[in-house]
Design a protein around this ligand. Structure first.
Ligand code: TXA
Ligand code: MG
Length: 319
């Protein structure tokens, strides 16, 4: 198992040596490696069992530090950077020759993210190289939001997890880029589409069911855990056929009568979408570890972070 610790000096040293570590961010934990060492980048794909056509995000402590790796920043994205970085947003920007094809899977844009998590900031301030970090889960599984999630699945393969506690946002970053003059959202995430549109006007939002995703990791079943997962709605609960003992429920705000307490997780009794987002992946993991056969998931209101939550729920249920 990996060492879980707050030792920044050790975290930096391991990255310098080309080793991989678990890195906290406010969205989800990353599987971090030194992007200037090709063997370290290759081992990220190996440890995650991730196909090489799925490109990686480069993490920096500030946009200034990312400058050598990009050619230019289009105006609307500059506005978003000024307002929302550091934060749960990733930018697709034209890459400079310093960025290898292994990072971008041969694409001409590179993904750049400036996380706001204090420990991630401290780590990134101390290094002189870009840190490549996909979410620290095996390919096709939900992202980790606690050090123990990383340890459970990748602890045998990496030496160290930097302990930044529970992720406060709990859902991956929103990915934005430009197509001609239009801002596009390629992945709905920790910053709402509404917040982006308030600053730059209407954006194009790619849907999760897009058959030709511009962000290759957005393939349909990307978030499916091990159970048979199904959508359900509270309105039709009376007519839902299920075995209370072998069924689990993840609901937005209400509990369901007749289902054992331990087989239900309510994301936010107060209907707070931010809290629901921060608890979703943890809830899916908890349910995945239970002796149930079918997991029923309820969609949340399709606004603000609810849009990202519903995107992940639809992926988990392949609907
Ligand atoms: O919140 C996050 O973004 C987390 C934390 C650790 O920063 N990272 C994360 O990375 O979610 P990952 O690799 O699990 O998801 C990144 C997504 C993938 O779907 C990938 O295909 C897409 O970003 N992506 C990365 N570089 C890209 C590029 N150059 N063009 C298009 N899509 C890209
Ligand atoms: Mg991921």
């Amino acid at each position: 198992m990996a060492e879980i610790s707050k030792d920044l000096v050790k975290a930096v040293k391991l990255l310098e040596e080309g080793k991989l570590i678990g890195m906290p961010t406010e969205t989800v934990y990353g599987l971090a490696g030194n992007a200037s060492i090709p063997s370290a980048v290759l081992s990220i794909f190996e440890v995650k069992n991730r196909p090489k056509f799925d490109p990686l995000i480069l993490h920096f402590s500030s946009m200034d530090k990312a400058e050598p790796y990009i050619i230019e920043i289009p105006k609307p994205l500059k506005i978003l950077i000024e307002k929302f970085t550091p934060g749960p947003l990733t930018f697709l920007l034209p890459k400079s020759p310093l960025v290898s094809d292994l990072i971008t899977a041969g694409l001409d844009r590179v993904a750049i993210r400036i996380p706001t998590h204090p420990l991630a900031q401290s780590l990134l301030e101390r290094v002189t190289f870009p840190v490549a970090a996909p979410s620290a889960n095996p390919f096709g599984y939900v992202s980790p939001t606690k050090p123990s999630h990383v340890n459970d699945q990748l602890g045998e393969k990496i030496p160290f997890i930097l302990d930044g506690g529970d992720c406060t946002v709990g859902i991956e970053s929103t990915i934005v880029g430009m197509e001609l003059d239009k801002v596009c959202v390629y992945r709905k995430g920790g910053l709402s589409v509404e917040a982006i549109e308030e600053l730059v006007g209407e954006v194009k939002v790619y849907s999760q069911s897009s058959s030709k995703p511009a962000a290759p990791g957005m393939l349909h079943s990307h978030y499916a855990p091990n159970k048979v997962n199904k959508l359900f709605s509270m309105e039709s609960i009376e007519s839902l056929e299920f075995d209370p003992k072998s069924s689990g429920f993840v609901t937005f705000s209400e509990t369901i009568a007749g289902v054992p307490k331990e087989n239900q997780i309510v994301l936010s009794p107060n209907k707070d979408l931010n809290i629901a987002a921060s608890r979703l992946f943890s809830a899916l993991r908890e349910m995945d570890n239970k002796e149930i056969k079918t997991l029923f998931l309820e969609l949340v209101p399709e606004v603000a972070l609810g849009r990202a939550i519903n995107d992940r729920i639809r992926r988990a249920t392949n609907s």
